[in-house]
Design a binder for this molecule. Structure first.
Ligand code: TLP
Length: 353
């Protein structure tokens, strides 16, 4: 990997494996809008089985999966309670308002992990005075809070209390297999109480395209209609589903490598003067670190890293995010740390001269 580009910007950058490419080339296909694509049908059946649900739906992206779920669960004018760093609020282009007519009711939780105690004061179900709570949304792992995870008791309690009030709960499980690994439980144990779950075949699982929505049969029937409204009826999508099936069966087995590499990076970063990170908080494949003590902004540091072939995004002027994935190995992580040390040595040398 010495001279090649090392891409730590996201786990969305992975390239399909040989097995995925072979499966894509050989995929049986049909028109999925007629529900005649055998590869899509197989993927949906398998996803439903793994999540212990009645049905599943293949969607082009995590964003479409989340926004489809919001549309199915809510009515115009309702609130969606979510954490202030949640992807549905920060990075889905205001679609919950533009498409579903909902108001994001956000709050900040330590490490991005909401609890029922934090949520309860925001819940409003009576008619007449305020917009009503239409949906609660959790994200596990919580991307922009640093890949943190919801302990099962916490998310179970939120679902139970919400259901007592007839409020549905949607899970953005873009990286649910990372969360499951970090928590040491099964997918069904961790997600069983949610009304709907979105998870990504791309990202950590390495498929080139695609996400899944899982839930009850009536929910998925409605979601299929909404997916078409959004232009997500994909016809011969079996070429993509075939890669997704390989990702679903094979990739969860190797995610521990990404978690180990993220921890290794975090420990190395913590030893670099001027960089702040708590390696103890890095439990999945995402890490954020504060570079303000280095004398360089995150953007300047990212730029200098890129000049040395290491890509990592500044998320605000002080903070850089790195994400490990199947196209990054331990040597790559060592290289990222070496390049960072080299850049800072040059910068500090220049400052002293
Ligand atoms: N996350 C991307 C960016 O959009 C921030 C990334 O690089 O991490 N939910 C979560 C928790 C996500 O992190 C993402 C993508 C999505 C949903 C959306 O998935 P896509 O990109 O498939 O629409």
């Amino acid at each position: 990997m010495a001279n090649s580009l090392l891409d730590l910007r996201s786990d969305t950058v992975t390239r399909p494996t040989q097995a995925m490419r072979r499966a894509m080339a050989e995929a049986e296909v049909g028109d999925d809008v007629y529900r005649e694509d055998p590869s899509v049908n197989k993927l949906e059946a398998r996803a439903a089985e793994i999540f212990g649900r009645e049905a599943a739906l293949f969607v082009p992206s995590g964003t479409m999966g989340n926004q489809t779920a919001i549309k199915v669960h809510t009515h115009h004018g309702q609130d969606v309670i979510c954490e202030e760093r949640s992807h549905i609020y920060v990075a889905e282009m205001g679609t919950m308002s533009a498409f579903s007519g909902c108001v994001p009711r956000t709050l900040r939780a330590p490490d991005g992990i909401l609890t029922w105690n934090l949520i309860e004061p925001l819940v409003y179900r009576a008619a007449g005075f305020r917009s009503r709570t239409g949906l609660i949304e959790l994200e596990n792992s919580s991307n922009l809070a640093g890949g943190t995870v919801y302990p099962r008791v916490v998310s179970d309690e939120i679902c139970d209390r919400a259901h007592e009030r007839d409020i549905p709960v949607h899970l953005d499980g873009a990286r649910i297999f990372n969360a499951v690994l970090a928590l040491g439980c099964s997918v069904i144990e961790l997600t069983g109480k949610f009304d709907s779950v979105m998870f990504c075949l791309s990202k950590g699982l390495g498929a080139p395209v695609g996400s899944m929505l899982v839930g009850s049969k009536p929910f998925i029937d409605n979601a299929r209609t909404v997916r078409k409204m959004l232009g997500g009826g994909m016809r011969q999508a079996g070429v993509l589903a075939a890669a997704g099936l390989v990702a679903l069966e094979e990739s969860p087995k190797r995610l521990h490598i990404d978690h180990e590499n993220a921890r290794f990076l975090a420990q190395g970063l913590a030893e670099i003067p001027g960089i702040k990170i708590d390696p103890g908080k890095v439990v999945t494949n995402i890490l954020f670190f504060d570079v303000s003590g280095t004398g360089l902004s995150s953007y300047e540091l990212s730029k200098r890293l890129a000049e040395r072939g290491v890509l990592a995004n500044g998320t605000n002027p002080r903070v850089i995010r790195m994400v490990t994935h199947c196209d990054v190995n331990r040597t790559g992580c060592e290289r990222a740390l070496d390049e960072l040390r080299g850049i800072l040595a040059v910068a500090h040398g220049a400052a002293q001269a």
